[in-house]
Design a protein around this ligand. Structure first.
Ligand code: URA
Length: 203
């Protein structure tokens, strides 16, 4: 087999999917990353949050959104009235992609083909959970699920009901983009506003 584990097993069991994903070699990112970082949260979640890819701390911890972006996300979710414990949090790409710079590992954006290679794992998570709402955090997640024609700036904060898509879906800015924004406060408030729209949808 050229790419062991490149295809998820045909199951709705998240634990089975997680353990199969641990040995995925569906693209080259497994070579340098420490481990697969699969999604985290209850299978009963009514909302699934999808980021881009694990960062440095997620790669070490083996859990999504535990670093600086994750802390910002936690705060924004709480402010919007969404319980993170009841949400499922995952990424479009499940290995950390980086460039070594001295002792540091600098995040590198995944390519389209890496996103497409990883997408079966994301769609398997969605099929297993069957959430009411999928919240894409950033353009990479949105374009993985909605196609490269999707423009985040045109559609952030909208609740989309798309034919053929198994849940309602919405997209907002990635928490890392908020951390990098020139006006961080305004960007944070915009994120919370979009998450409140999601919270409303989940009531
Ligand atoms: N950024 C992401 O997109 N996902 C993570 O898990 C952490 C940072």
């Amino acid at each position: 087999v050229k790419h062991p584990g490149a295809q998820p097993p045909d199951t709705d069991d998240l634990d089975e999917l997680r353990s199969a994903a641990a040995s995925c070699e569906g693209c080259d990112l497994f070579r340098d990353a420490t481990r697969t970082v699969f999604g985290d949260g209850p299978g009963s979640a009514d909302a699934v949050f999808v980021g881009e890819q694990p960062g440095d701390q997620e790669d070490r911890a083996g859990e999504p959104f535990v670093g600086p972006a994750g802390r910002l996300l936690d705060r924004a979710l709480e402010e919007a009235g969404i319980d993170r414990e009841r949400a499922y949090v995952t990424n479009a790409v499940k290995h950390f992609k980086f460039e070594p710079r001295g002792k540091r590992r600098i995040h590198k954006k995944p390519t389209r083909s890496e996103v497409v290679a990883c997408r079966p794992w994301l769609t398997a998570e969605l099929a297993a959970i069957r959430p009411a709402l999928v919240v894409c955090l950033g353009a990479t997640a949105a374009q993985s699920l909605l196609g490269t024609g999707f423009k985040l700036t045109d559609h952030r904060g909208e609740i989309l009901d798309l034919p053929g898509f198994p849940a309602r879906v919405t997209a907002t800015q990635h928490p890392s983009a908020v951390l990098r924004a020139p006006d961080r406060d305004a960007a944070y408030q915009d994120l919370v506003r979009d998450l409140r729209v999601a919270a409303e949808e989940l009531r």
